[in-house]
Design a protein around this ligand. Structure first.
Ligand code: PLP
Length: 401
């Protein structure tokens, strides 16, 4: 196989664990039935597999099996939660609260609702990326119907205080939704202790297949009303029609089962590699960690590096490591992403005070299949690329200067 870059983009997606693939395979061929076919064994087999998976997943989050609605992923789950609540509760109020640092799969449904006449409050975050709980509570109004705050941020890895937010929401009888796409299998998620009413999940960030996820929908205290966004055969208690994708559901459950089995050991291993990578890069100077130093996903390292052009650094690194940029590029200018912008200090220094200051920001997502040797190589590659780009004497050999 030709040489490929070291994969350090595990927040974008993860490889499917071979044990997950193995669990899925029989459901493509032998047990291929439609889980809604109630008149024969093929249907029963598929339905039994779905039932086992649903039960495993609901147990993992301390919920009841009937409270999980399978979807195509977290994007669909977020849309179902946000638009479904808006459509069901608009008579009670038309105000929703979310964070400026949410994924676009939360922000864009909110913007869509705004176009329909709903009001959205997008709260800023503290410089470390955490929500200000007092500010959140102050933003709640009598017409607020939903608070949507993500569990773990996909760029800076910051973990929001879910239990505290859940307590505030329940005190004000406002529904609480959380996008836990990056959190499932990585941090404990308990629907009762955290008082979460709706939670979006996906499999492909936790070594499961793409194209499968779920929405947790609380059934008691309170019983959440949700307007379906896909109408049809009435699958998933009428909330999400469409023939269930049995192999993906089996793979999703297997992925979460494996993640929970090894969660503590894996977290410790990832955090060690993350800290090692930081200690390799930090000595070059001008390196800033984005997001809270400890209240974050163990595999996440998001760095801003001063004095280098972001695009040039990514280009230099491409053959060696697959990493994501914390910046949104336009044709001529590179600007920090909406998440880094929301952290404030970064945007202020780089954009307002000195708009031409070169900077790069990199998001490293370290995962289950990364090795210590890869981390050493990646750290060396970043150091070398930054030093080469910062050097004032860079010129093409043989060219007069
Ligand atoms: C990846 C991601 C999504 C989108 O999930 P899909 O399953 O790919 O639709 C939503 N929110 C967050 C925080 C994510 O990281």
């Amino acid at each position: 196989m030709p040489h490929r870059p070291i994969y350090l983009d595990n927040h974008a997606t993860t490889p499917v664990d071979p044990r997950v693939v193995e669990a899925m395979l029989p459901y493509f061929t032998e047990y291929f039935g439609n889980a809604s076919s109630t008149t024969h064994q093929y249907g029963w087999e598929a339905e039994a597999a779905v039932g086992r998976s649903r039960s495993l997943l609901s147990t993992a989050i301390n919920a009841a099996p009937e409270e999980l609605i399978f979807t195509s992923g977290a994007t669909e789950a977020n849309n179902l939660a946000i638009k479904g609540v808006a459509e069901s509760y608009f008579a009670q109020g038309r105000h929703l609260i979310t964070l400026a640092t949410e994924h676009s799969a939360v922000l864009d449904p909110c913007t869509y609702l705004e176009s329909l006449g709903f009001e959205i409050t997008r709260l800023g975050v503290q410089p470390d990326g955490l929500v200000d709980l007092a500010e959140l509570e102050k933003a709640i109004r009598p017409d607020t119907i939903l608070v949507s705050v993500m569990a773990a941020n996909n760029e800076i890895g910051v973990l929001q205080p879910l239990a505290e937010i859940g307590a505030i929401c329940h005190r004000h009888t406002v529904l609480f939704h959380t996008d836990a796409a990056q959190a499932i299998g990585k941090i404990p998620l308990d629907m009762q202790a955290m008082q979460i009413d709706l939670m979006s999940l996906t499999a492909h960030k936790v070594y499961g297949p793409k194209g499968i996820g779920a929405l947790y929908v609380r059934r008691r205290d309170p019983r959440v009303q949700l307007a379906p966004q896909l109408h049809g055969g009435g699958h998933e208690r009428g909330l999400r029609s469409g023939t269930l994708y049995v192999p993906q559901i089996v793979g999703f459950a297997k992925a979460v089962e494996l993640a929970l089995e090894s969660r503590e050991a894996e977290s410790a291993r990832l955090a060690d590699m993350r800290d090692r990578l930081f200690s390799l890069i930090h000595p070059i100077g001008g390196v800033q960690l984005n997001g809270h130093p400890t209240q974050r996903l163990p595999g996440n390292l998001n760095l801003s590096i001063e004095g280098v052009d972001g695009q040039a650094l990514l280009l230099a690194l491409q053959p060696q490591i697959a990493v994501s940029s914390g910046a949104a590029c336009s044709s001529t200018k590179i600007a920090p992403s909406h998440v880094l912008t929301a952290l404030g200090r970064f945007a202020k220094r780089s954009l307002r005070e000195s708009p031409d200051l070169a900077f790069a920001s990199l998001r490293f997502g370290i995962g289950r299949f990364n090795t210590e040797a890869e981390i050493e190589q990646a750290g060396a590659a970043v150091v070398q690329a930054v030093q080469a780009l910062r050097s004032p004497n860079v010129h093409e050999p043989g060219k007069p200067h």
